[in-house]
Every structure is written in C-alpha cells, then in structure tokens.
Design a protein around this ligand. Structure first.
Ligand code: NAD
Ligand code: WQD
Length: 339
C-alpha cells in the first residue's frame, strides 16, 4: 500500500513509518516540523534502507495539502499531525482548535476529493477524562477535561459523522494510553522540546543528567503506593497497532474505536524503579502536590483490539525503560538543534 503519514516526523509517526516501510509499504509524509525534526526521518530511512517521500507542509495550508494528495495514488492515511501539550492547550485553546480541527478538515477534504477514504486517526485515552472506571473499555463515556482532549473528542465525532453520511469511508479511531519507549536500535525516540510534560521523558532526562530530580505529583492517591497509575505502552507495539488497523480497514467500512494499551497499570514509583534498573543508576525524586486534572488510575481494557485486529502489546515495562534509556543515553540531546 501507499500510505500518507501526517505528523510522520514526530515521535509515534516516525516509529510507525519505520514499521510501514519494513512491512513493504510506500510512505509519504506531511509534517510542518512544528514539534519535530527531519533528522528522525533520515534515521528511519537509514534503518529501513528505504526512501520516504517527505513534504514540509502545514495541514492548515489547504492548497498545499491538496497538492500532495492529488494524483499521489494513496491507498490510506494515518493522521498523527496535531499539537498535544495539555497545559499549552488550556492557555491557547484557539491555537489547538485551529491546528487540530481545521488541519483535520483540510486533510479530509483533500482525501475525499481524491477518493482516498481509508483513515487511521490518533485519538487518545484523554477522551475518557477523569473517569476511573478501570479498566476503560471503548464504551466508557467520553468527557475530555481540557481543550487538547476536546479536539480529539470533536475529531472523533467529525469522523463518525463522515462515515455515517458516506459508507465508502473506513475509519479507525485509535485511543492510545501512555506511549513510551523507543525503537530498539536507539536511533529514533521521543525528543520533546523544552521541559518534558510527560513522566517517562522527564525520568530519562534525570537519568542522563540533564535534570536534577523527578517531582512525583501526589502520593496520596487511592492506589497501592499512593502514586498515579497509568497504562504505559511501548511505541513499537503502538506502531504495530496502526498496521493491524490498516489491515482491518482494507475490507471493512465504517468507524471503529479501539483502545491501544497493555491492560496493565504501573504507578509512578514503579516507573522510576524500572527506569533506574534499566539505566543502572539511582533516579532522585521528591513528592510534590497532585497535578491538577490528573486521575488516580487509568488503564485500558484492550480486548476489543485483540478480538478485532488480533493485536496486543508484547513489551513489558522493563523493556519500555530499556529501549527508552538506550535512545536517551545515545542521544542525550535528542536529535540536536531544531532544523
Ligand atoms: P509529536 O508532536 O511528536 O508528533 C506530531 C507531529 O505532527 C509533529 O512532527 C509535528 O511537527 C506535526 N504537526 C503538528 N501540527 C501540524 C500541522 N498543522 N501540520 C503538519 N504537521 C503538524 O507527537 P506524538 O507523540 O508523536 O503524537 C502523535 C499523535 O498522537 C498526536 O495527534 C497526539 O495528539 C496523539 N497522541 C499522543 C500521545 C502521547 O502521549 N505521545 C498520546 C495519545 C495521543
Ligand atoms: C503520568 C503519571 C502524573 C510527570 C498525558 C496526557 C494525555 C496523553 C498522554 C496525549 C501521572 C505523573 C508526570 C512528572 C509525575 N497525551 N507525573 N511527575 O497525564 O497520564 O497523560 O500524556 O494524548 O492526554 O494528559 O501522562 O506522563 O504526564 O503522567 O509524577 O514530572 O506521572 O501525575 O500520574 P498522563 P504523564
């Protein structure tokens, strides 16, 4: 298949592009590089020995998107491109609605005009809001608690309306839990700009000496050790989930929702412990106040993805930390200066 990957230079997009190439697919990438560097795709090409047709295009530039899609002979699109920082979305909601929703609409118009109607969309467990009815099934009520999460919820509605109106569309809404880890080569991984918002990249930067200590947000949650519990999933397992969804969509029309998680929760202290073991050093931490908006517990029921796609996560927390550490150790400053 020939697959357009929007946001392909980013964290999950680069790992998925590698899996697509290794499975023999052709890959076209659109990315504005607003939160990534082209070096990620150079390394994907190096690892796969294959070329990527890269276009530095902003999805907000509708004619430019159209120019890439028109006549390209695409079979499907995986749509990762979007802004994803929860705190920033609270401060700049218009920027998030504009980028994530208008960018998606521009992409959908270009696809529809070209008759490309197979789409895998990056949704998020964030659509379940603060619901703690764990494990979370796809039937749990949606109640995103911040503008970023609401863009995901709204895009899910747009896509569902689209396939109700036109039965030629085949759409997968993949609700990721907490993606972590890196390709086992240590050549590609997550490269957050500025201070990481997420736990794993922060812990990794402490381990490599870029930051002094981890602040553990809350140790009085109703969880076994009092710290927040999440369903961390290896980015290569996540990437494999996209290929499984594409395969399913080849023969089935409609909109489908799947949780991509391991089904197992780990606490903040368990993550710090596992990372410390992987890196072979102590990870200093202090307890701090709870972070506003955080749920105590969130983990998936991933049984629908197993039943429908034959997909399940294979890598455990130790493996996630080992691979994440290899990437951080070999690339202490990620891909280096932004290009
Ligand atoms: P990322 O920031 O590394 O990748 C997103 C990519 O999209 C970046 O390369 C960025 O430059 C690009 N982009 C953003 N806006 C664009 C635009 N208007 N036009 C073109 N390119 C644009 O993020 P990621 O972690 O790889 O996440 C990929 C997707 O998965 C996002 O939609 C994100 O919301 C979703 N998601 C991520 C997580 C997570 O924790 N990483 C969890 C759930 C869902
Ligand atoms: C995990 C746990 C924190 C940082 C976020 C987004 C969500 C999705 C995934 C995109 C929590 C604790 C964290 C730190 C800590 N992204 N923590 N110290 O909040 O589950 O989900 O990323 O869709 O939308 O909200 O992930 O990695 O930020 O936090 O103690 O420095 O680690 O309180 O319990 P979260 P996270």
């Amino acid at each position: 298949m020939k697959v357009l990957v929007t946001g392909g230079a980013g964290y999950i997009g680069s790992h998925t592009s590698l899996c697509l190439l290794e499975a023999g697919h052709e890959v076209v990438v659109i990315d504005s590089l607003v939160n990534s560097q082209l070096e990620s795709l150079h390394r994907v090409q190096q690892l796969s020995g294959r070329n990527i047709d890269f276009h530095r295009v902003d999805l907000l530039d509708a004619p430019a998107v159209e120019a890439v899609v028109a006549g390209a002979g695409l079979d499907a699109v995986i749509h990762f491109a979007g802004l994803k920082a929860v705190g920033e979305s609270v401060e700049k909601p218009l920027m998030y609605y504009q980028n994530n929703i208008v960018g998606t609409l521009n992409l959908l118009h270009a696809m529809d005009r070209e008759g490309v109607r197979t789409l895998v969309f990056s949704s998020s467990a964030t659509v379940y809001g603060a619901s703690e009815e764990v494990p979370l099934t796809e039937k749990a009520p949606l109640d995103a608690t911040n503008p970023y999460g609401r863009t995901k919820e709204q895009i899910e509605d747009i896509l569902s309306d689209l396939s109700s109106a036109d039965s030629r569309w085949s759409i997968a809404l993949l609700r990721y839990f907490n993606p972590v880890g890196a390709h086992e080569s240590g050549l590609i991984g997550e490269d957050p700009r500025g201070v990481p918002n997420n736990l794993l990249p922060f812990v990794a930067q402490v381990a490599v000496g870029r930051r002094e200590k981890v602040l553990v947000y809350g140790n009085d949650y109703p969880t076994p050790d009092g710290t927040g519990v999440r369903d961390y999933i290896h980015v290569m397992d996540l990437a494999a989930g996209h290929l499984a969804a594409l395969d399913f969509l080849k023969s089935t029309a409609g909109t489908f929702r799947w949780n991509l998680g391991t089904g197992r929760g780990s606490s903040v202290l368990e993550v710090i412990q596992a990372f410390s073991q992987a890196a072979g050093c102590a990870i200093p931490f202090d307890f701090a106040a709870r972070r506003p908006g955080d749920a105590a517990l969130s983990y998936a029921d991933p049984s629908s993805a197993l039943a429908d796609l034959g997909w399940s996560a294979l890598r455990d927390l130790a493996r996630m930390c080992q691979d994440h550490w290899r990437w951080q150790r070999d690339n202490p400053f990620g891909y280096g200066e932004p290009n």
